[in-house]
Ligand binder design. Structure first.
Ligand code: CP3
Length: 362
């Protein structure tokens, strides 16, 4: 890192303290997709790598990109640069990315026979490049800020694996839920085991917090969410809690578009440490509903980064006030930063959170 950070610098612990709902000097902040195309240095490294996949699969490059946003901004956490689709890739589905079109699989999973063939990948086998990137990033960070490891949820991974690519509605996996639920449950069970093993291995490699992205949980009606996503999120939380090394590491669950009646409460009851919340629910309401059971991470509308500095500051103040003077808030966007954002606006956001968060931090 550019500058050494003193042993008692609050940046070393703010994020982990907030996740544990302990008092902090100010509100910690990091941003989903903080390393990405909005940064010119990311685009330069990606161009040198030749493709996103080479970048993600080369530990030195993945580590360099993980650190890029921290060299620019006073962020309180680093997130491993990788992707949620590493697990299905390691299962043999053949991941590719087409410029402008996103991810696709050469061998999607469409039948009970396809599902029966899938094994749980060894995290230090075909996914070793991810663990090497975690080890490198942790060493380079030198405890300046904590490192977050992550994975996709079983449901969200199944969406891509069955569809074979991104989609607006992921109709194929939803048809499987109606027509062959037993096969889908088998797939989700295999994925829950794979995700738990993968996250535990990231902890062994140095990750200090974990996040599970259920980006497509909101495609499911509440009863189907409970059956096909929540159940497996809870299984992962339970497996990690029971794990000898990963048991005490904070776990953040982010289920985008999932906050219907009882749903946030059910997510909070899985045994996770914190919930990520998207921008479509008032943060004060989310906080009221989960009480002091879990910390909350969120939830500025990512498009607010296209607003001017005064408007960004206004939105930050409103969110901090909506959460209120309780411990347990990690400031973030409600989803990832989009590629068109001006990097200067991100600096405005981070500075405003730290300055205004001092008033509301408990
Ligand atoms: O937050 C971070 O800075 C860490 C990096 C990160 C990436 N993907 C890098 C990436 C994380 C946490 C992810 C998770 C991920 N990947 C999710 C869940 C989070 C979310 O945003 O909902 C999903 C659904 C994916 C699958 C995926 N990967 C898609 C749909 C795409 C294409 C989208 C796009 O913006 O083109 C990717 C590629 C990807 N993953 C990029 C990055 C920076 C863009 C690749 C590039 O062109 O450089």
């Amino acid at each position: 890192m550019a500058l050494p950070v003193a042993a008692d610098d609050p940046r070393r612990t703010r994020f982990l303290r907030a996740l544990r709902r302990e008092p902090t000097d100010t509100t910690p902040v990091w941003l989903m997709r903080q390393a990405g195309r909005y940064l010119p240095e990311y685009r330069a490294t990606r161009a040198r790598a030749g493709s996103f996949l080479v970048l993600a699969k080369t530990p030195e490059l993945a580590c360099a990109v993980t650190l890029q946003p921290l060299l620019r901004y006073d962020l309180d956490a680093a997130i491993l640069f990788s992707d949620i689709l590493t697990i299905p890739d390691a299962m043999g589905l053949g991941l590719g990315f087409t410029e402008g079109e996103g991810p696709h699989f050469a061998r999607p999973v469409r039948s009970a026979a396809d599902i029966a063939r899938l094994g749980v990948p060894d995290p230090e086998g075909p996914l070793r490049y991810v663990m090497d990137a975690v080890r490198l990033a942790r060493r380079e960070l030198d405890d300046r800020v904590p490192l977050i490891g992550f994975a996709g949820s079983p449901w969200t991974l199944a969406c891509y694996m069955v569809e074979g690519a991104g989609s607006r509605d992921f109709a194929r996996v939803k048809a499987m839920a109606w027509n062959d639920p037993a096969s889908l449950h088998r797939l989700l069970g295999t994925l829950a085991q794979a995700v738990a093993d993968y996250l535990a291995a990231q902890v062994a490699a140095g990750a200090q917090a974990l996040m599970v992205f259920d980006t497509w949980g909101g495609l499911l009606a509440p009863s189907m969410f409970a059956e096909f996503s929540l159940r497996y999120l809870a299984e992962i939380a339970q497996r990690l809690r029971a794990h000898p090394h990963a048991g005490s590491v904070p776990l953040i669950l982010f289920a985008k578009g999932v906050h219907g009646s009882g749903q946030l409460e059910a997510l909070a009851d899985t045994g996770c440490t914190a919930l990520g919340v998207d921008w479509t629910i008032p943060l004060g309401e989310a906080r009221q509903r989960v009480g002091a059971r879990v910390a909350l991470q969120g939830n500025l509308d990512p498009t607010a980064l296209h607003a001017g500095p005064a408007a960004i500051e206004h939105e930050v103040a409103a969110l901090l006030q909506a959460f209120g003077p309780h411990p347990g808030h990690v400031f973030n966007l409600g989803h990832g930063i989009t590629p068109g954002v001006d990097p200067e606006r991100v600096a405005v956001l981070v500075e405003a959170v730290h300055r205004l968060g001092q008033r509301t931090a408990a």
